[in-house]
Design a protein around this ligand. Structure first.
Ligand code: BGC
Length: 365
């Protein structure tokens, strides 16, 4: 079968013929991959790998890339309970270390040891292939009407976890309501994670602002309007005093990954506010931070947290919310997929082109 592989450090991916995967264990499922999304993590893996030692699967000198997939079940092992041929599924990404308490309790997203593996990212082959095999417990069923946009289920998991973590971080407050009293939320950035975070917030009826670099008449602002969110271009914000233009927020999701933005966002949190960093700046770069910013963390009971990956509840919430988004924000989820490539052309899917939000690779004919 054909697959798209990389070797971390090359910065490229290419098509390679690989042996067909086979169901070996009773709980395994053979899946025909239909569509795979491309994300920034793929480019990072291609450029330098995700972990020292480069994270190649044992015994192989290449990695099948891709971790945002949807596929159709072709056949199942004898012990598979809830899936059968024809079902649509999205495979989850992280596989636990099998030793720490988090992984042993089905919470590999919280792995203590750091020895987890992630399909298409570190230690295990990914999904940009004609067929894959995985265990039933790693497969999330999706309804047929989501087929075209289902690679977004994986992207939406990140904001789902962020929303859950922000709600948890506010659970001690004597308030009720969505995410424990979040009445104003801000999302930074204009990539798929930022846009899906805004959709998830608006789906919960939370007044939401977006802060990004694009001009006010650009495509990000147009999408924000379709969600009933307010778009603020970064150039309208005084970086010394961001609250004058933006006001205060109970929750901020930082999805640009720019360290300057992460620090700036402390300054727009209202009392008891929570900032969740989901961008994960990769560079080793220092930025100045005023003592007063840390002082305000104390004086305002602020929480700054980071969150990565997602647990099974987040995956299920992602499927549920993506279905609801299709109805509530008609056509928006579909419009996040701006570029489609055929498998034969997949190596070009990883380039960045202007106006691109999400690129996907179509695999099945
Ligand atoms: C993926 C996560 C993964 C993270 C770190 C993200 O792009 O969506 O599933 O845990 O990268 O590797």
């Amino acid at each position: 079968m054909r697959a798209v592989v990389t070797r971390p450090g090359t910065g490229r991916a290419w098509i390679q013929d690989l042996p067909d995967p086979k169901v070996v264990a009773d709980d395994e499922v053979l899946i025909q991959i239909l569509r795979v999304g491309v994300c920034g993590t793929d480019r990072e893996v291609m450029a330098h790998g995700n972990r020292s030692g480069r994270g190649l699967p044992a015994g192989d000198d290449y990695l099948v890339i891709g971790h945002e997939a949807v596929g159709r079940v072709l056949s199942v092992g004898r012990g598979v309970r809830a899936l059968s041929a024809g079902d649509l599924v999205v495979p989850t990404v992280r596989r636990g270390c099998d030793t720490c308490l988090a992984c042993l309790n089905g919470q590999a997203d919280l792995c203590f040891s750091g020895n987890y593996r992630e399909r298409g990212i570190v230690g295990l082959h990914g999904f940009l292939a004609e067929r894959i095999v995985d265990h039933e417990e790693n497969l999330i069923p999706v309804p047929p009407e989501l087929a075209a946009i289902a690679p977004l289920v994986e992207s939406l998991c990140t904001p789902e976890k962020a929303l859950r973590r922000i709600g948890n971080a506010r659970s001690h407050l004597p308030v009720g309501g969505e995410m424990n009293g979040v009445q104003r939320a801000l999302v930074t950035g204009s990539g798929p994670i930022a846009l899906l975070a805004m959709m998830a917030l608006r789906l919960r009826g939370i007044p939401t602002w977006q802060l990004a670099r694009q001009p006010v008449d650009g495509p990000a602002a147009a999408l924000a309007r379709r969600l009933g969110a307010d778009y603020v271009p970064l150039q309208e914000v005084n970086l010394e005093d961001p609250q004058t233009r933006l006001g205060e927020f109970d929750a901020v999701i930082e999805a640009t990954g720019a360290v300057e933005m992460s620090v700036l966002m402390i300054g727009v949190l209202g009392r008891n506010g929570v900032l969740d960093l989901v961008g994960g700046p990769p560079e080793r770069k220092a930025v100045p931070i005023e003592a007063a910013a840390l002082g305000s963390m104390v004086g305002r009971n602020l929480t700054v947290l980071g969150s990565v990956n997602a647990n099974a509840d987040d995956w299920r919430a992602s499927v549920r919310d993506l279905s609801a988004m299709r109805t509530v924000f008609e056509g928006v989820a579909e419009d996040l997929i701006t570029h489609t490539f055929d498998l034969s052309d997949a190596e070009h899917a990883f380039g960045r082109v202007p106006g691109q939000i999400k690129a996907v690779v179509d695999i099945a004919a």
